[in-house]
Design a protein around this ligand. Structure first.
Ligand SMILES: [Cu+2]
Length: 207
């Protein structure tokens, strides 16, 4: 287990504690180590990226090659949407669906639009490289590569990292169910209010 993995594990443990005590912020914030403390800052570029969740960068540092799926499952997305790698890492995009390309916003790489195979680019300079798929850019097919030490959000922002990114297994279904239940309850209440409350009142007013 290298240092980063250790820290990740520690972060996960702290995150688990947070599930009940909500004090995880500072402990989890230390995970970033070198580049600062919070999640990597993409300057809002990934806000509308398909498949993106805040703080969802895949940590691929320490690897010489990283593979990113292009359009998996008939979706217009990259998977992972964002990766963090060391300078000198070879990025390999692997086509999983037809009609996509990969193109850096700053023009440092650009593949043809194709339907299978791979495209490779080695990232040398540190910093964030936003990129997209030209045909599906407007539909949210966006991605980013963070190379080396990159800007991070403040520790305060780190506390907004979704718990599942810290290794806490949360149950999205339960959350969704709870929200649905609340919505249904209020809808039913409104329905009865309108149907009985108001019609009774209206009737009274008319007679
Ligand atoms: Cu595409």
């Amino acid at each position: 287990m290298n240092r980063r993995e250790f820290l990740r594990t520690a972060g996960g443990a702290a995150g688990t504690a947070a599930a009940t005590s909500a004090v995880a912020g500072p402990a989890a914030a230390q995970e970033g180590g070198g580049g600062g403390s919070g999640p990597i800052d993409y300057g809002g570029y990934l806000e509308n990226a398909n498949g993106w969740s805040s703080g969802g960068t895949a940590d691929k540092t320490g690897k010489s090659e990283v593979t990113i799926a292009v359009g998996p499952g008939s979706s217009n997305k990259f998977d992972p949407v964002a990766v963090h790698v060391d300078p000198g890492t070879k990025i390999i995009w692997e086509w999983k669906g037809p009609g996509h390309n990969v193109q850096a916003k700053d023009g440092q790489f650009k593949s043809e639009t194709k339907s299978e195979g791979t495209y490779e680019h080695t990232v040398d300079k540190k910093g964030v490289i936003p990129y997209f798929c030209q045909p599906h850019k407007g539909m949210g097919m966006l991605g980013a590569i963070a190379v080396g030490q990159v800007p991070r959000k403040s520790p305060a922002a780190a506390q907004e990292v979704e718990p599942e990114e810290m290794g806490v297994p949360i149950q999205p279904h339960y959350v969704g169910f709870g929200a649905g239940l609340m919505m249904t309850t209020s809808l039913v209440f409104t329905f009865y209010l309108l149907k009985y409350g108001e019609s009774a009142h209206t009737k009274g007013g008319n007679s």
